[in-house]
Design a protein around this ligand. Structure first.
Ligand SMILES: O=C([O-])CC(=O)C(=O)O
Ligand SMILES: [Mg+2]
Length: 227
């Protein structure tokens, strides 16, 4: 099966990446709430709280093995900069679909990070590299002989969120979000407004104002409310 995917990064992608890197998942979560966009990946957390992730989804869905043998990770040599590996293993906790050999190859190729609805292994070696992996946790038992590739390049489900190829992933210590590609610019605009409003509150509190007054001034309680 060919897994080759174009990895061209446009100038627009570079600008979007820079804008997202300056935002937190909470800023973007509130913006998506205001805009009525689902994309919050429940239960998918960074292996290390310091991990930061921005990039566009490359998707793969796994299923349980049947008659044919399964594989884990044969696609990784074909991926590169700008891409985030998004693996839907349907929340399975008993069989890994990522480990340090994949991490090392992903780093060599300039891949941005990995998001798994499932678990990974070799976590001690993986974490020391700083390569951002977001998952339901880690365990030692491999998915080899236990999972098989069902589809590459289709829509997948990660923590209850739909992820389509090319969607934007943003991850930090609070978890990971999927921003649908057609809506990324409006999400960024609203998230920047929310970030700036919260910054004004922090400044006001630092200057000795009450939190109540500072919040009222910027309409804190409705920053995330649907308009
Ligand atoms: O079996 C797996 O999950 C993959 C693995 O260990 C690795 O890539 O190092
Ligand atoms: Mg391994």
């Amino acid at each position: 099966m060919s897994t080759t995917t174009t990895t061209t990064t446009t100038a627009a992608d570079t600008a979007t990446t820079a804008a997202l890197k300056a935002l937190s998942c909470t800023d973007v979560s509130d913006a998506m709430d205001r805009l009525g966009i689902a994309g919050h990946c429940l239960g998918i957390m960074p292996l290390d709280r310091s991990f930061r992730l921005v990039g566009r989804a490359w998707t793969l869905r796994y299923g349980p093995v049947g008659r044919d043998p399964g594989t884990v990770g044969d696609y990784i040599d074909d991926l590169g900069p700008g891409q985030v590996v998004v693996l839907d293993n349907q929340g399975r906790l008993d069989a890994t679909v990522w480990g340090d050999l994949l991490t090392y190859t992903a780093i060599r190729n300039g891949v941005e990070g990995t998001v798994i609805d499932g678990v990974c292994r070799d976590v001690d070696r993986s974490v020391t590299t700083g390569y951002p992996v977001f998952s339901r946790g880690n365990w030692m038992r491999t998915g080899k002989d236990r999972v098989r590739v069902e589809e590459i390049g289709g829509p997948v489900s990660v923590g209850g969120a739909r992820v389509e190829p090319g969607d934007w992933l943003l991850g930090d210590g609070d978890g990971v979000l999927c921003i649908p590609a057609p809506r990324v610019h409006e999400v960024i605009t609203v998230a920047e407004e929310i970030r700036n409003a919260e910054e004004r509150i922090r400044d006001a509190v630092r200057d000795g104002r009450s939190l109540r007054a500072a919040r009222e001034e910027v309409g804190y309680h409705r920053l995330q409310t649907r308009r």
